[in-house]
Design a protein around this ligand. Structure first.
Ligand SMILES: [Zn+2]
Length: 240
């Protein structure tokens, strides 16, 4: 059974930090989604590939993903080569997503940038019949990009207010990465208490843009169709 959405990112936890609320919202409306981590995060300062795999599994359970897979590509040097493209093409064809969520291909972390480019290219190539893999050609309808460190003005924002508590739970599943006063591992940007506060503030800012408490913003190369422009702006602070 195909998934509606495939969320793909370089490192386990990238998806949770950027779009867990949207995945929860999709799930609540009966949509099916899968998560693909391109690397095992083996270059991360804290945690081990094993502990991160366990954390990723726990987060996927909280989110209600149909599956979560790891392609085992190189962390801290993710490559856009044919082998990686073919692995992604095979996965996209197998799962037949209509929408793909991934990192905006411009970011402070080169792996995030490369992930965005790799996923974009693979999603297009997946539609070329003459590239032979186990499953028939399939091209997703659209790729939606989320920002990580470098903020991009969103094309649209998803209201995730009712899903924030679950979103926090999914993020907290990656306990090795984030603030933990009892941890003896080296401090990183992510492990500072202020990091998760920033992540939350970002969701508040996206929410502010659409007149709700919390939101997640996405960039799309094509604008989404809006059936009711009046309803689309309802509840926003009047102003232009
Ligand atoms: Zn990352």
């Amino acid at each position: 059974m195909p998934v509606d959405v495939l969320a793909v990112a370089a490192h386990p936890d990238d998806i949770e930090l950027a779009c867990a609320g949207t995945l929860l919202r999709l799930k609540a409306s009966g949509r099916r989604f899968g998560i693909v981590d391109l690397t095992r995060g083996e270059m991360g300062t804290r945690g081990t590939p094993e502990s991160r795999a366990a954390e990723a599994g726990k987060a996927a359970e909280v989110l209600g993903a149909e599956f979560r897979e790891n392609l085992g590509l190189t962390d801290g040097g993710l490559e856009r080569n044919r082998e990686s493209e073919l692995a992604l093409i095979a996965l996209i064809r197998r799962e037949k997503p209509r929408i793909v969520l991934t990192s905006y291909p411009d970011d402070r972390h080169p792996d995030h940038r490369r992930a965005g480019e790799l996923v974009t290219d693979a999603a297009f190539y997946a539609g070329l019949r003459k590239i032979e893999t186990a499953h028939a050609a399939h091209r997703p309808q659209q790729i939606l990009y989320f920002s990580t460190a470098t903020m991009q003005p969103p094309t649209f924002v998803v209201d995730v207010t009712p899903f924030m508590e679950k979103r926090r739970e999914a993020i907290r599943a990656f306990s090795s990465q984030f603030h933990d006063p009892s941890s003896a591992e080296p401090e990183t940007v992510l492990s500072q208490k202020t990091f998760l506060e920033m992540v939350e503030a970002r969701a508040r800012h996206f929410g502010f843009l659409i007149g709700v408490e919390f939101g997640e913003g996405f960039v799309s190369k094509r604008p989404p169709r809006v059936d009711d422009p009046i309803a689309a702006f309802e509840g926003l602070e009047p102003g232009f």
